[in-house]
Design a protein around this ligand. Structure first.
Ligand SMILES: [Zn+2]
Length: 206
């Protein structure tokens, strides 16, 4: 008789592998292990929201299940972008070449970036990775980037699963509100150099 035991997923924690998933412990592990590349510090920054940073990290490694990648294994699937219905869905199209997502991105960050504003993924990654800008500007940009990636990917998934589309203006309002809440919290926590970050955000609204 064999003594069969069920396979369980083990997650690496502070004290070795264990069967339960801890967002906090996994976050700390990834922060330590996942930063040798140049863009690491643009994603794993100290005030980041773990679920947004995690999704952006997957996108940065081009590991999201975008339709160009799915159609590579599964020929015959419709790979048209569900947001604009006018181009093939790729990581770079979604973030933010797409006529739908580019508007959300522009509304959120054009007031911060002005002439440096770009819809090109690689250029955005470069912008968030260098910290030559003022600290509150860098943080606002990094946070807006991650929440935009998260919001667009979630809206894309909902539409793909048949949910009714959320209008751009509603998405924009919700995203802007979430950013303001976060910046307000950072300001209240008295994070160094962030004492007027909320006013900075307001001053960059178009
Ligand atoms: Zn599109």
């Amino acid at each position: 008789m064999s003594t069969e035991t069920e396979d369980v997923d083990l997650w690496r924690g502070k004290t070795g592998f264990k069967p339960c998933f801890s967002t906090n412990e996994t976050w700390l592990q990834i922060r330590k292990l996942g930063t040798p590349c140049a863009w690491g510090k643009g994603i794993w920054f100290s005030q980041a929201t773990p679920k947004f940073a995690f999704m952006t990290w997957i996108a940065a490694r081009n590991r999201l299940a975008t339709m160009d990648r799915i159609s590579y294994w599964n020929q015959g699937v419709d790979s048209t972008c569900v947001l604009c219905k006018a181009a093939q869905e790729t990581r770079n199209h979604l973030f933010f070449q797409c006529t739908f997502s580019s508007q959300l991105w522009e509304q959120l960050v054009k007031g911060i970036l002005r002439n440096a504003h770009t819809q090109n993924w690689d250029d955005i990654i470069e912008l968030i990775s260098v910290s030559t800008m003022e600290r509150k500007k860098t943080l606002s940009l990094r946070y807006a980037f991650q929440i935009s990636v998260y919001t667009i990917w979630r809206e894309r998934n909902k539409r793909r699963h048949g949910d009714s589309p959320m209008p751009l203006q509603v998405l924009l309002k919700l995203t802007d509100k979430a950013i303001r809440n976060k910046l307000s919290l950072i300001q209240k926590k008295r994070v160094k150099g962030m004492d007027t970050i909320l006013q900075f955000w307001f001053s960059t609204r178009l």
